[in-house]
Design a protein around this ligand. Structure first.
Ligand code: ZN
Length: 129
């Protein structure tokens, strides 16, 4: 059920960004979803369709880009990409004391907006932090 909370977040960010851009419609939202997170694309789109009803984001299409997690070996310093669901072990020295970065959560990368009912759209970047 945590897709519901994150989707509310996505919608709020997208609406805020669209407002700043004086956009009248949000046509698409590009999201970055972590490889290690358990978010299901279809669930997020499902909740989005429900939550966006009656807002300028209604009908927007969500695009998902997977972000890989990177691990750094504490033993030898080797950096490599973590491929879930395997337990990460350093491919260089076999140590499993790893520092894993990225690949978690779900963030808004950019949104596509439209000023009118034409098909013309442009991109804008929401300020996440
Ligand atoms: Zn190592």
């Amino acid at each position: 059920m945590h897709e519901l909370a994150i989707t509310e977040n996505i919608l709020a960010l997208a609406l805020e960004a669209a407002q700043k851009a004086n956009a009248r419609h949000i046509t698409a939202i590009h999201l970055v979803i972590g490889d290690l997170s358990s978010f299901v694309d279809e669930s997020v789109q499902f909740y989005f369709d429900l939550l966006s009803q009656g807002t300028i984001a209604e009908g927007a299409v969500l695009h998902f880009r997977r972000e890989h997690a990177m691990a750094t070996c504490r033993a030898c310093g080797h950096r490599f990409q973590v491929n879930p669901p395997l337990v990460p072990i350093c491919p260089n020295c076999g140590d499993y004391h790893l520092e894993v970065k990225g690949g978690q959560g779900l963030t808004v990368d950019s949104i596509e907006v439209s000023d009118n009912d034409e098909t013309e759209s442009r991109e804008t970047n929401p300020q996440c932090e």
